[in-house]
Design a protein around this ligand. Structure first.
Ligand SMILES: C[S@@+](CC[C@H](N)C(=O)[O-])C[C@H]1O[C@@H](n2cnc3c(N)ncnc32)[C@H](O)[C@@H]1O
Length: 226
């Protein structure tokens, strides 16, 4: 099985459930709830003021919890969530329906977005870009550019290839052991992870037709289409 694409994500959902899809091996649901809250505080202050009240937002790689889509929808934005995996979308739909918020969910591939017809004001991509194999990452940025209005924004979480501190080494070690055990007992998958240096991101962003508005040390970049 390939380390990217529809098959691996559908199987992860079937065998590891929603938490397995977004958390991998070591993190817990409460870790992710805190992460959603923290991330959304940043978005609320730094991104939403740039958008109109009825802006269109595309959640690229929406995931089974549709957690960010629902936060955007709660605030009245017109939200579309896309994902490559049918099973993940089924689970996301149940959660969205239960919440009562309006999120349009579509099965689509970030490397070739076909079903998003209306131009978007913001493409939001958290926890997903790093799972795109590096030979396709520029293609994905160009697809984001394609679905955006001129002057539209992309909020992209890149995974940064940087020198490791002791805390990161420890995290990677524990993660690696957990992952090894999961693969050995037949419940783990080797999903692609792509890390980039800041120079590589800068160049990729330029080639993708974007300028960098701001970025932070966690690899979150706010880009503007030019
Ligand atoms: C780690 S999860 C993150 C989900 C969500 N953004 C979150 O933070 O909760 C990655 C998601 O990206 C989706 N995905 C991976 N490759 C994709 C692609 N080429 N096109 C669309 N979705 C993709 C997976 O199916 C999965 O739901």
């Amino acid at each position: 099985m390939k380390s990217w694409g529809k098959e691996i994500w559908d199987r992860k959902q079937a065998e590891q459930g929603s938490l397995g899809v977004i958390a991998g091996t070591v993190e817990t649901k409460s870790f992710f709830d805190r992460q959603t809250e923290k991330e959304f505080n940043i978005i609320e202050k730094g991104v939403l003021p740039l958008l109109n009240k009825n802006a269109r937002i595309l959640d690229a790689g929406v995931g089974p919890f549709a957690r960010f889509s629902m936060e955007f929808a709660k605030r009245g934005y017109l939200v579309t969530g896309i994902d490559i995996a049918t099973r993940i979308l089924e689970i996301a739909k149940k959660r969205v329906d239960k919440s009562g918020y309006k999120v349009k969910l579509l099965e689509d591939d970030l490397t070739n977005i076909k079903k998003v017809k209306e131009k978007q004001d913001l493409v939001f991509c958290f926890g997903t870009f790093g799972h795109i194999p590096s030979f396709l990452s520029l293609t994905v940025l160009k697809e984001f550019n394609k679905v955006l209005k001129k002057g539209g924004y992309a909020y992209v979480h890149f995974w940064i290839n940087r020198e490791k501190r002791i805390g990161n080494l420890l995290h990677d070690f524990i993660y690696g052991i957990g992952h090894y055990i999961k693969i050995k007992i037949g419940r783990g998958y080797k999903v692609n992870s792509s890390f980039y240096t800041e120079d590589e991101i800068k160049e990729m962003v330029r080639l993708g037709g974007f300028e960098i508005v701001k970025k932070n040390s966690r690899g979150i970049y706010l880009l503007r289409k030019y």
